[in-house]
Structures are given as structure tokens and as C-alpha cells.
Ligand binder design. Structure first.
Ligand code: NAD
Length: 251
């Protein structure tokens, strides 16, 4: 048996049915957590819940909808008795040059990225306070830090998430609620689609990684999220952690 660093904790993982989110869900359960997975994809959600058994409840819904955030928190408390960890992983965007991005493109990036993160944090806050020892892990992106072309709305949403996370880290520290950000780089189905649409950008990104490859969601990214969620990271808050093979070095 691996380490049980999340034993007894209950988590919400948005977008937890596939990609990095499903890797996080699987590792959290392996390390002893119970997880409410919130995802749009009904079939993938049911599959991961069936795979992981009683430790996972799947809630089908759109993270942009505030009522879904409330329902996820209520589900965690009803089914598992508390909420200790919130992972805001889901987000979607469309890639095109800034001047071609429509209001609808901006709404998609902001609603699924920034506003979903805000709404889940606010919905979770009363329960996180009750635990006296909670962790929020939000997702940023190297695209925001680097100003990746074709990612204007996405980069703006992701950098706004980092700003929000730093404020919340300060405001919620008295409740011992830690708030950190992970910026991953991992070869998921979403990235594979992007690689297909923009092969030159993909090749350039992969070549710029000092460790020489796109990360593996299970082995390279999920363990960093699990660390931030665990008490091993009890003295870390307000940080951005790059899970990207060294592509970006924060100062
Ligand atoms: N994969 C990377 O290299 C990379 C790089 C930088 C940042 N990120 C960030 O990491 C996170 C995960 O990325 P990924 O590559 O695993 O993404 P992905 O597209 O593979 O998976 C996202 C998951 O979220 C779900 N989802 C999408 N929109 C939703 C909505 N409105 N409501 C509920 N669920 C929804 C999807 O069904 C899917 O299960 C995202 O925040 C992404 O921006 C990823």
C-alpha cells in the first residue's frame, strides 16, 4: 500500500472524470480520501465512480453553474460528513488570436475558469472553516505566465485565478485554510486535441521542457496536487507550483 497522506479527508475535484482531474481523483482515493467528482461528462463520471467504489460520488453538472457548486458541497457533507479539500481543476477555452476571440469565447474561459473557481471556493468556505485544517488547490497555466499566443481569454482567466488565490490565501489563513495554485503540463486528451490543431506550437512547447517531455497526469502532476492537499504542505499557502518539467521557473 502507498502512503495514506489523505486518509480521512473529503475532497471535491472539479473536472475529475477525465484528464488530470481523473488522475487526481484516483491518487486521492489511493491515499485515503473520499472524493466528490463534478464533471460535465456523464459516462466518464459514472465510469470512474464505478471503478473506485464507495470512495467516490459522481455529480454530473457544469461548474459554471453556481447551483452545481452548492450541490457539490452538500453532497460531500451528506455522503462523507465534511469537506477538507477543494480542487478547482475543470476549465475550457477556445484558442484563436486575441482579435478573433468573441464574447462567447471570453464567457467560456471566464465562466469555467475564474467564476467556477470563485463559486466553488465561496460555496466550500463554510465547510472548510469547520475543519480548521483545509486546502484549496486551484489550477493556473504556463500559458498565462508566458502569454502563449492564441490563448488570450484562457491566459486572462488563469492569471486572475492566481490573483484570487493569493488574496484568499491571506484572508483565509486565520482559519488555517491554505490556497495554492498548480500550473501543470501534461499530455491529456485535451492537450492531444490542441497538439493536433496546432502541431508547431505543441512541438515548440515539448522542446522547451528541460525534462524533455510533456508530463504524465498520474505520475507527474497528481502527486503534486496530492502533496498540496495533504498536511505535508501545512506550511505552504499562496504559492504557485509549476508541475511542468521545469518549463517555467518562477521568481
Ligand atoms: N494538460 C495541460 O498540459 C495543462 C496545461 C496548463 C493548464 N492545465 C489546466 O489543468 C486543468 C486540467 O487540464 P486537462 O488537460 O486535464 O483538461 P481536460 O480538458 O483533459 O479535462 C477537463 C475535465 O473537465 C471537465 N469539464 C470541462 N468543462 C466542464 C464544465 N463546464 N463543468 C464540469 N466539468 C467540465 C471535462 O469533462 C474533463 O473531464 C485545467 O484547468 C487546465 O486549464 C492543463
Amino acid at each position: 500500500m502507498g502512503s495514506r497522506t489523505l486518509q480521512g479527508k473529503t475532497a471535491i475535484v472539479t473536472g475529475g472524470a477525465s484528464g488530470i482531474g481523473s488522475a487526481v481523483t484516483r491518487l486521492f482515493v489511493e491515499r485515503g480520501a473520499r472524493v466528490v467528482v463534478v464533471d460535465l461528462q456523464e459516462e466518464a463520471g459514472r465510469r470512474i465512480a464505478a471503478e473506485l467504489g464507495d470512495a467516490v460520488v459522481f455529480l454530473q453538472g457544469d461548474v459554471s453553474d453556481r447551483k452545481v457548486a452548492d450541490a457539490a458541497v452538500a453532497t460531500a457533507v451528506d455522503r462523507f460528513g465534511s469537506l477538507d479539500v477543494l480542487v478547482n481543476n475543470a476549465s475550457v477555452s477556445r484558442q484563436k488570436p486575441f482579435e478573433e476571440q468573441t464574447d462567447d469565447d471570453w464567457d467560456l474561459a471566464m465562466n469555467t475558469g475564474l467564476y467556477a473557481t470563485r463559486n466553488f471556493m465561496l460555496a466550500a468556505l463554510p465547510e472548510l472553516k469547520k475543519t480548521g485544517n483545509a486546502s484549496v488547490v486551484n489550477f493556473g497555466s504556463g500559458a498565462g505566465l508566458n502569454g502563449q499566443p492564441n490563448q488570450a481569454s484562457y491566459a486572462a482567466a488563469k492569471e486572475a485565478i492566481r490573483g484570487l488565490s493569493r488574496v484568499a490565501a491571506n484572508e483565509w489563513a486565520p482559519h488555517n485554510i491554505r490556497v495554492n495554485v498548480v500550473c501543470p503540463m501534461a499530455l491529456t486528451a485535451g492537450v492531444a486535441q490542441w497538439a493536433e490543431a496546432r502541431p508547431e506550437q505543441y512541438a515548440q512547447s515539448a522542446a522547451s521542457v528541460p525534462l524533455g517531455r510533456f508530463g504524465d497526469p498520474d505520475r507527474d502532476v497528481a502527486p503534486i496536487v496530492a502533496f498540496l492537499a495533504s498536511d505535508d504542505a501545512r506550511y505552504m499557502t499562496g504559492q504557485t507550483v509549476m508541475a511542468d518539467g521545469g518549463a517555467v521557473k518562477l521568481r
